[in-house]
Design a protein around this ligand. Structure first.
Ligand code: SME
Length: 165
């Protein structure tokens, strides 16, 4: 069965890789005709949620030493995270992708939902390599993120960076 919305089409039941491969070219088209960053980011997040059926997906913008909640899809989330705190704050501080197989084993994990079990966080960087945002994806299953997610969500980060650089 094909899931068809106004803009995004993915093959239901396809592999994670196939879904990413189908989705990412469509993200480029989705943002190609709009110059507003928040509008484009909101649609990217919505398309990711719909196509990949994530439990939660959203972004946090760097504001000084804080991360402040941006567009997201899923449960109500904490609005502000200090640099170095939680998975997001650590990804911000270390400027590194972080994959957490079991959030209960991550020191200082911030549980916006008690149902979150695994997580991946990717920094988005300026041309100077400074973090200006992190993309956060939660799953309600243990060990739900792997190198496929690293690879293709890094391509999504590249699209997001192009909106801001
Ligand atoms: N779990 C994240 C906080 C954000 S909520 O999951 C949306 C963290 O530990 O940084």
């Amino acid at each position: 069965m094909i899931i068809l919305t106004q803009e995004i089409c993915v093959l239901k039941g396809a592999s994670k890789t196939e879904k990413y491969k189908t989705l990412i070219p469509q993200l480029n088209s989705l943002v190609g005709f709009e110059k507003d960053q928040i509008a484009n980011l909101s649609n990217i997040i919505a398309a990711l949620k719909m196509a990949m059926n994530y439990f939660w997906v959203g972004c946090y913008f760097v504001k000084g030493n804080d991360l402040v909640l941006g567009p997201f899809q899923g449960f109500v989330a904490c609005t502000r995270i200090k640099k170095g705190r939680g998975v997001c704050g650590k990804a911000f501080e270390d400027n590194q992708i972080i994959v957490v197989d079991n959030v209960d084993n991550f020191p200082g994990h911030i549980a916006c939902s008690s149902e979150s079990k695994s997580e991946i966080v990717l920094p988005a960087r300026t041309r100077l390599g400074e973090v200006f945002m992190v993309l956060d994806v939660d799953s309600d299953k243990l060990s739900d993120f792997d190198d496929v997610d690293r690879k293709y969500l890094s391509q999504v980060i590249t699209i997001i960076e192009s909106l801001y650089n």
